[in-house]
Design a protein around this ligand. Structure first.
Ligand code: THU
Length: 132
């Protein structure tokens, strides 16, 4: 599967550097390339009330929405302490809202892309309001 633009990987790494992760000490960065070619990035934002924190992918989606965009073409996710981070279940569903089964998800470590997978393979049989 195609490699992401180095811009997308770099944006994910730059976002990771902004992480607010004092509880897990597990910074994560995500970057989304949309249909327009724009890149929207985000980091995880934790909270002293642990369940109130959220993931890097969720922040990136918020930025994409506020920019008026809705179509995810490609995603890169990176964590400095993991050699191939995969989006959590909730974020897979959030990405599926704005992507397709063929949307590429690049699983990265700080050195670059370790593996590229299809969103449809990460979240088979995802819930969709337009089905059935
Ligand atoms: N985290 C993400 O930001 N994205 C994921 O896909 C998995 C987990 C964050 C949540 C929490 O702040 C930290 O990683 C440890 O779970």
């Amino acid at each position: 599967m195609g490699a992401p633009s180095s811009d997308l990987f770099r944006a994910a790494c730059a976002a990771m550097a902004q992480a607010h992760a004092p509880y897990s000490r597990f910074p994560v960065g995500a970057a989304i390339r949309t249909a327009s070619g724009a890149i929207h990035s985000g980091c995880n934002v934790e909270n002293a009330a642990y369940p109130e924190g959220w993931c890097a992918e969720t922040t990136a989606i918020g930025h994409m929405i506020m920019a008026g965009e809705r179509q995810i073409e490609e995603v890169a996710v990176v964590a400095e302490k993991m050699d191939r981070i995969t989006p959590c279940g909730g974020c897979r569903q959030r990405l599926a809202e704005f992507g397709t089964a063929d949307t590429r998800v690049h699983l990265c470590d700080p050195g670059g892309v370790v593996e590229t997978v299809r969103l449809g393979d990460l979240l088979p049989l995802s819930f969709s309001s337009s089905r059935g």
